[in-house]
Design a protein around this ligand. Structure first.
Ligand SMILES: Nc1nc2c(ncn2[C@@H]2O[C@H](COP(=O)(O)OP(=O)(O)OP(=O)(O)O)[C@@H](O)[C@H]2O)c(=O)[nH]1
Length: 370
């Protein structure tokens, strides 16, 4: 049997097996096997030289992928926010290729990718969907672009992403596996796990573990546990933006918000915009900035003063050492200590070491050997 038929028959069997305690271990094994076969298929497809034209290079400080159905206004949005010149047309499938645009915001260069309209079944490999989705997987943030009149499209977009192993707004499950020499598979849990240890063992065996110590924290489902043992899952934050709000009557706003709630999106979290009239874009940029976790570091360079024009852009949680690495050159070898003024410092010019965690708008001076 070929990989594709194998995948199909596994999917069929999973769909036809009712899930209960007595079938849990069996379903676990089937799902693990399915994940394994899909991974193989993915490796085959990416190894066959396909996907021409979709390998978008990583540029700038962060990459954002806009996902949405044809004609929701992705190209218009990119044009409104960046210096890209993507073709905007009043017909479907204007965007035939990934179209990058660069947004400059607070001194950061944020690459926006407008990927072609997702079509139903794209995740299954039809219509070049696989390549499209592989581009999204390389991003740091996904923005769901919905039209105010088609909120229900959210579900299908989310499903497509899930099917290509993109997990939005979720933490990776806490599963660690250590191989050992003998004695089979040992399952250690934090006490909350509802899955049977046979289910866990079956999943691990499908993944190729014969002797191993498994530690599971929390109470993952079968699917989450499989996520935890696969290497090809990608976790990233997402935002939901609702476009074309210039077209809605005030009386429709309530209906639109109800629709969002029906699809699991809080209207307070959604960002309402009009790409055509350039409305709501400042809020969107600010929310992107926060979701990406970018921070600005103003470098205080000897003899040149504090550079507030072109900050060094790093991520929240990063340290003086990360900043030094990003600055590059020989600074790393010559580093002695640093001085920080600003939100992360206890006082002006605080002397700190490499592991000091920086915050947005810190002023950093690196003291280096000559
Ligand atoms: N009224 C209004 N029209 C919009 C807005 N944004 C986009 N449009 C229109 O919607 C149509 C589709 O916009 P595009 O930007 O090409 O949509 P797209 O999502 O990039 O579509 P594809 O390239 O086909 O994937 C065009 O006619 C735009 O002018 C908006 O905020 N308000």
């Amino acid at each position: 049997m070929g990989l594709e038929e194998d995948i199909e028959s596994l999917e069929e069997e999973i769909a036809n097996t009712p899930y209960n305690k007595s079938t849990e271990a069996h379903i676990g094994r089937l799902k693990a096997k399915l994940a394994e076969q899909k991974e193989k298929l993915e490796a085959q497809q990416s190894g066959s030289g396909g996907g021409g034209g979709y390998a978008v290079e990583q540029h700038g400080d962060a990459t954002v992928a806009l996902v949405g159905f044809p004609s929701v206004g992705k190209s218009s949005l990119i044009n409104a926010m960046t210096n890209a010149d993507s073709e905007v047309g009043a017909y479907e499938f204007t965007t035939l290729n990934v179209n990058p645009g660069m947004l400059e915001y607070r001194g950061a260069n944020i690459q926006l990718l407008d990927v072609p309209g997702l079509i139903e079944g794209a995740a299954g490999g039809r219509g070049g969907g696989k390549e499209i989705l592989s581009v999204i997987r390389g991003a740091d943030l996904v923005i769901f672009v919905l039209s105010a009149f088609e909120i229900e499209q959210y579900d299908r977009l989310a499903e497509e992403l899930y099917n290509v192993n993109i997990r939005v707004d979720a933490e990776p499950p806490s599963v660690t596996v250590r191989r050992k020499g003998k004695d089979g598979i040992d399952v250690n849990t934090s006490g909350e796990l509802e899955l049977d240890s046979d289910t866990v063992k079956g999943i691990l065996r499908e993944r190729g573990f014969i002797n191993a110590n498994v530690t599971i924290r929390g109470n993952p489902s079968v699917d989450r546990l499989i996520d935890g043992v696969m290497d090809n899952r990608v976790y990233m934050p997402s935002l939901v933006t609702v476009n074309k709000v210039d077209l809605i009557e005030p009386s429709y706003a309530g209906t639109m918000k109800d629709a969002l709630r029906d699809h699991g999106v809080s209207p307070d979290d959604a960002i309402f915009i009009s790409a055509a009239e350039e409305k709501g874009l400042d809020v969107l940029k600010e929310r992107m900035w926060r979701a990406l976790g970018l921070i600005r570091i103003y470098m205080d360079k000897p003899g040149r003063g504090v550079d507030r024009e072109e900050p060094l852009i790093i991520r929240r949680g990063e340290t003086v050492d990360d900043a030094v690495q990003k600055l590059g050159g020989t600074l790393d070898e010559r580093f002695r200590f640093a001085r920080v003024t600003g939100p992360s410092a206890q006082h002006d010019d605080q002397q700190v070491g490499r592991d000091h965690v920086l915050e947005d708008e810190d002023v950093l001076r690196v003291v280096a050997r000559r």
